[in-house]
Structure formats: structure tokens, C-alpha cells
Design a protein around this ligand. Structure first.
Ligand SMILES: [Zn+2]
Length: 675
């Protein structure tokens, strides 16, 4: 019997033949594709011909074509429609794939060919895109240690493997501390809590067999508890437990692990020839270096702190009016802030929901893309992995641009969250290949015949993921490795966060946020409340976030601290952290930074992207037209179609005429007047 994954895909749009694939096909297909890729890569490395761009760099790009097609299909179903068999396959593939990539970067013959090309680059007559691909390929080999030999090479391997196990340990300790702690609630303890918190506490108690309702350290339970519980003593107890995760002494304490991780990262950077781990990490980012990150964070810090301090004064007065003396404490903030929010912007989710119908919001996202980029969307048919999944043929002036796949409903087999993926990326190395892009969300599926209603946040998520999809669909480059969303981490959220702004355009809401039953547009007053609620308590949120980002930066930019807790205290002291706010993630549970490498000296990047999206949308506001044709063309020509073909800073500057400034972000967060 043949394996449909390994046959030529003759489906519409070249989709994976989902209707013919069974779960038994994945493993043999991945093995065959891996073997094929490995053989091709060895052939490149061992070639007797002098290296050229085509026989080395392009050949490397194309070597695992079949593997990436098969994995593109597999990870689509593994994320959006999993089952125990597919979970087991994921565990089976992970070590195979990581062994495959380290075999490539540690192949000295292969690196020698790349090094030769890199040295001769001026005389190779390469196109700008080819120069970029050569530069990125060479850089990624060097960054993974291809230039090291002997003791240094062995030491780097040792460090990487020790870091991997420390990261796992850090995560597991955190989970253990979260599992361990619970606070039983009597009926009297629950007085004043809204019913959804009470039912969440009961459900948590049942799940743990606690014999009654409990508060746990899960963010989705403890945060609403801190927001709504009038019991200051219980809030205090819960808050202290929540912020002590990973710092409780004993087997699950993360403090020594954090210190060792920071030390090993500094050694790793040193072996590779960098001044610090932050220098190593930020080399590939738009920010480029630690100073640029610090400058950005400090520009936001002062106005955020001023806003938070003004808020603290208001909340302290409310605390005193309740008969408590003394200062506002961290376990008071969310409670009094929630009270104040109710007084100032009472917004009832149930009143808002009928205006955000899934179908209308999809149409709104499509219509904005039509107005901005001339794209058209027609429903299309083809084999898909689940009956709830839909797809559209995306065209412009009658020409096929991409295939867009929307998988919007939650189901047990789907992991949580929302994401954008590509089963196939745009490229021109083997014909004019167009992208197959997926948006996956987790909106509750309505009963048959009823419309699917979204919250405003859900609608923003839909626009966010669609912005990522546009980055893939409008991609117009030759090489896959720099196509679509293959850009720096602190640049990749620009198209998605920018697209969220079009949901806030009054005309878009007027046209598409219509009542599910009456068809009436949302009343002006409700619209104002929805938009106003988005900037509430931004001083607090910005302070807790920026403080974490500054501590992360200091850990990786300066000498690694022997005692990270002491360093954390010094940083907070230096920036004047307000008394009633703590870091969003303190060191012993700062998983972004210690569970893996992803966000180490990179926690700033959320704010970096937000600075850019606010600044980029301000360009449209300055024109007085959110659909200004010339700007939309420039956005596509300079950013959405260019992928990673140039440095992000150059792409952005060409669109905006300058680098991004923080003014639009401060305005958007309601912090502009606070400084
Ligand atoms: Zn995103």
C-alpha cells in the first residue's frame, strides 16, 4: 500500500491529502522524508564541486522540501485536532528532528562550503535576496557554534545540554508549587464573589477532591479572586502564595537554578565571542543591542510609573474609606481597581456580545483587507482535517494569491489559545508557490442554528491572527527561509498587532458590529465604553510588565549575578518600583526567561512590537484615512511582502520615514498625559 503523504499531492491548491491520510501514515512518511533530507545534505557537504550559491545555499533550502510539507500537514492536525496517537507521534518526532538539525549545524564540511561562499561573497554576483540568505545561513551556523573546535566545541555542547535540563527542571518545579498550594473557602469566605468565581472555586475543589471550594494558583482563578474578594486577609494570604512560586525552599526552589542558568548563558555567549548573553540574543533582533532595549523601556517606564502613582493615590483613598489604615498593598490593587472600574466604565459583557458575530467579524477582516490591499475571498473546497474547518481562495485582480484556512471553533482535540500557521510558505525557487495559511482560534461553538457570538477580545484575536495571515499571504520573495513571518521575534507581531487597529475604526464597527437579532449597529455610547475599557489600569499593567523586562535585561546584559534575587531587588530599587505593585513575573517563576531560551533578554519584545504597531497605525491617522491607498501600498511593498529579506529596521524606516517612537503607544495606553 502506498503512503498518500509520499505521493504527489494532486489535491485542489496542492493541499495535503487529508481525506486519504491515516494516523499510521505519519511516522513512515517523516522517516522517509528525514532520510531523504539527510542524504541530500550529506551530498551537498561532500560534493567535489566548488561551492556556489546554487549547489550549497539553495540546495540546503530545498533539501528538506518533502519533510517540511509532511511536517506542515502534521503540525496542523497535531495542534488543532490531536488525539493520543498524534500526541505520541509528536514525542517521537521531537528528538529525531532536533538530532537532524544539530547534525546539519555541526557538519564541518558543510560549514566550510558556507564559510568559503561568505568569504567570497563580494565576487559572487549575488542578488540582494541571495546575499541576505547567505548572510542568515552563515550567521545561524556561527551562532550555533560551527566555528568552534576541540575543548570549546565540547564545552558548548555540554552547556546546551545542561541548560536544556535546567529549563525543564525550572518548569516542573513551578508546576509542582502550583499543584501543591490551595486555600479552602468556607461559604462565608465566598461572600461578595461573583458567581463565576464561586463556580470556578467549586470546580477547582472538586477537581482536586478537596471536599469544598478552593482557590488555587492558576492565573484564571487567583486573578479574579484578587479582583473580587472583599476579604483583605484572604487576598493577602493568596497573593503571598502566588508570588512565592518557585521560592518556597526545599526540592522545588528555583533560585539556585536561575543562578546556574544565568551563569551558563554568560559562558555560552563568551565561547561564541559576545560581550554578554544579551548581546548574543539581541544580535538577531530589530532592537539589535541591549542599550536600544533599555532606552525604549525607560521611555515608557517614567510615564507609566507616574500614571500608576496617580492611580495608587485614588485606590489608597478607597482603602482608607473601607476602614483600613496604612499603605495600599500589592494584594489590594486589583480589588480596588476593579471597584473603581465598575464605577467609571461599567461594561456588561452580555450587552456587548450580540454585536460581535463570528461570521460578521470574518467579513470585517476580509473587507478591510479588500479596502487596503484589493484582496478578494471566495469560499473554496478541498480535503480538510475537520468538518468545522473552512477555507477561502484569496485572489487579486482574478489572480490566485493564497489559500486561507479558518478553524475557529474550540474542541477538546485542539490546544488552547489562537495562532497562525502555514502548511506551505510562499516562494519562487520551484515555480510560483503560493502560501496555504491557517488561522486557528478557540471560540465556543454555538448550538445549531444560532450565531456564534464573540467578546470584543475574541474579535481582536481574530483580527490579530488575520494580520499574521496577511504577512504570509502577501509575501513576495524568492527564498522560503526569508518568506512571510520568517522575521525577527521583536518584528513578527507588527503585522498582527497593527491589524487589530482596523477593528477599532468606527466605520468598521458601524458596518460589521451589528446586533445578531435586530441587525442594528452598536449604539455610540456602548461603543465608547468598549473602546474606553481597553485602556483602563494601564499604569499598573505597564509598570508590572516593564519592571520584569528590565530585570530580565539586567540578568543577561551585566555580569551574571551570584544571587539573582539580590540583583532583582537592586534593579527595582533603582527604578523606584511603586510599593503596591510587584513584577508581573518575579525571578523564581519567570518562565519566559528560565523555562527555555525563547524570551531570555527578550521579554521586552511584546512592548517593542506594541510601540511599532501604535506608531505604524498613527501614520494612517495622520493621513486622516484609515484606508489611505498610498500608505496601504507602502505597507505591503515595504513590510508585508518583504518577509525577512532585509533588516526589520530598514523595512520599517522605509514605510514610516523614520524609526518608531513611543508617543503613539503612550497615547494608546492612556499614559501620554501622565509624564
Ligand atoms: Zn501574534
Amino acid at each position: 500500500m502506498t503512503n498518500p503523504l509520499l505521493d504527489t499531492w494532486t489535491t485542489p491548491f496542492g493541499l495535503p491529502p487529508f481525506d486519504a491520510i491515516t494516523d499510521d501514515d505519519w511516522s513512515p512518511a517523516v522517516d522517509t522524508a528525514l532520510e531523504e533530507a539527510t542524504t541530500r545534505i550529506l551530498a551537498i557537504a561532500e560534493s567535489q564541486d566548488a561551492p556556489t550559491f546554487e549547489n550549497t545555499i539553495l540546495a540546503l533550502e530545498s533539501a528538506d522540501r518533502r519533510l517540511s510539507d509532511v511536517l506542515g500537514a502534521f503540525y496542523s492536525v497535531a495542534g488543532a485536532d490531536s488525539n493520543p496517537k498524534r500526541e505520541a507521534l509528536q514525542r517521537e518526532f521531537a528528538p529525531k528532528l532536533s538530532a537532524y538539525s544539530s547534525a546539519i549545524t555541526s557538519n564541518k564540511q558543510l560549514f566550510q562550503r558556507i564559510e568559503t561562499l561568505w568569504t567570497d561573497r563580494e565576487s559572487l554576483d549575488l542578488t540582494p535576496e541571495q546575499q541576505r540568505v547567505l548572510y542568515l545561513t552563515h550567521r545561524s551556523f556561527v551562532r550555533s557554534g560551527a566555528e568552534l573546535t576541540g575543548f570549546a566545541e565540547d564545552r558548548l555542547t555540554e552547556i546546551k545540554s545542561r541548560l536544556a535540563s535546567l529549563g525543564t527542571e525550572f518548569t516542573q518545579n513551578l508546576l509542582a508549587d502550583e499543584r501543591e498550594w490551595e486555600m479552602p473557602l468556607s461559604e462565608a469566605d465566598m461572600e461578595g464573589l461573583p458567581s463565576f468565581v464561586v463556580s470556578a472555586a467549586r470546580a477547582a475543589g472538586e477537581e482536586r477532591g478537596a471536599g469544598g471550594p478552593v482557590v488555587t494558583l492558576s492565573r484564571s482563578l487567583i486573578v479574579p479572586f484578587l479582583q473580587f474578594s472583599p476579604r483583605r486577609d484572604l487576598r493577602h494570604k493568596a497573593y503571598e502564595a502566588w508570588t512565592a512560586r518557585g521560592a518556597n525552599g526545599g526540592d522545588t526552589d528555583n533560585r539556585a537554578i536561575a543562578a546556574e542558568i544565568l551563569d551558563l548563558r554568560a559562558q555560552r555567549a563568551d565561547l561564541l565571542g559576545y560581550d554578554s548573553f544579551a548581546d548574543y540574543k539581541l544580535e538577531t533582533e530589530m532592537a539589535g543591542n541591549p542599550q536600544a532595549v533599555r532606552d525604549l523601556l525607560m521611555q515608557v517606564w517614567e510615564p507609566a510609573k507616574a500614571a500608576a502613582e496617580a492611580d495608587a493615590t485614588r485606590l489608597t483613598a478607597m482603602l482608607h474609606a473601607d476602614g483600613h489604615a496604612g499603605p495600599l498593598e500589592p494584594w489590594d490593587w486589583r480589588y480596588y481597581s476593579e471597584k473603581r472600574r465598575k464605577e467609571e466604565h461599567d461594561l456588561d459583557e452580555n450587552e456587548v456580545k450580540p454585536y460581535f458575530q463570528l461570521g460578521r467579524m470574518i467579513e470585517a477582516a476580509f473587507d478591510c483587507a479588500n479596502k487596503l490591499f484589493g484582496l478578494q475571498f471566495a469560499p473554496a473546497d478541498g480535503p480538510l482535517y475537520h468538518p468545522d474547518v473552512r477555507m477561502w481562495d484569496v485572489t487579486r485582480n482574478g489572480e490566485h494569491v493564497a489559500l486561507f484556512v479558518g478553524d475557529y471553533f474550540a474542541r477538546g482535540s485542539k490546544r488552547s489559545g489562537a495562532w497562525c500557521g502555514a502548511m506551505r510558505s510562499q516562494r519562487r525557487t520551484d515555480g510560483d508557490v503560493r502560501a496555504i495559511v491557517t488561522n486557528v482560534c478557540n471560540f465556543a461553538k454555538p448550538p445549531k442554528g444560532e450565531p456564534c457570538l464573540l467578546s470584543y477580545d475574541d474579535a481582536r484575536t481574530l483580527f490579530h491572527e488575520f494580520g499574521h495571515a496577511l504577512h504570509q499571504m502577501l509575501s513576495d520573495v524568492t527564498y522560503e527561509s526569508i518568506s512571510g513571518t520568517s522575521v525577527a521575534r521583536d518584528f513578527v507581531e507588527l503585522p498582527s498587532q497593527l491589524y487589530e487597529h482596523w477593528l477599532e475604526v468606527p466605520q468598521v464597527l458601524k458596518d460589521y458590529a451589528t446586533h445578531a437579532e435586530t441587525g442594528e449597529p452598536m449604539p455610540e455610547a456602548l461603543l465608547d465604553k468598549v473602546l474606553g475599557a481597553a485602556t483602563y489600569d494601564m499604569g499598573f499593567q505597564t509598570v508590572e510588565y516593564v519592571a520584569s523586562a528590565l530585570v530580565d535585561l539586567s540578568f543577561h546584559d551585566e555580569e551574571p549575578p551570584a544571587d539573582p534575587m539580590q540583583r532583582q531587588a537592586e534593579v527595582l530599587e533603582e527604578i523606584g518600583m511603586p510599593h503596591a505593585i510587584r513584577m508581573r513575573h518575579a525571578t523564581p517563576h519567570f518562565a519566559h526567561v528560565f523555562s527555555g531560551d525563547g524570551y531570555s533578554s527578550g521579554y521586552y519584545s511584546y512592548m517593542w512590537s506594541e510601540v511599532m504597531d501604535a506608531d505604524a497605525f498613527a501614520a494612517f491617522e495622520e493621513k486622516g484615512d484609515p484606508f489611505d491607498a498610498e500608505l496601504a501600498r507602502s505597507l505591503e511593498a515595504n513590510i508585508l511582502s518583504r518577509g525577512g529579506s532585509e533588516e526589520a529596521a530598514d523595512l520599517y524606516t522605509r514605510f514610516r520615514g523614520r524609526m518608531p517612537g513611543v508617543e503613539a503607544l503612550l497615547k494608546g495606553r492612556g499614559l501620554a498625559d501622565a509624564a
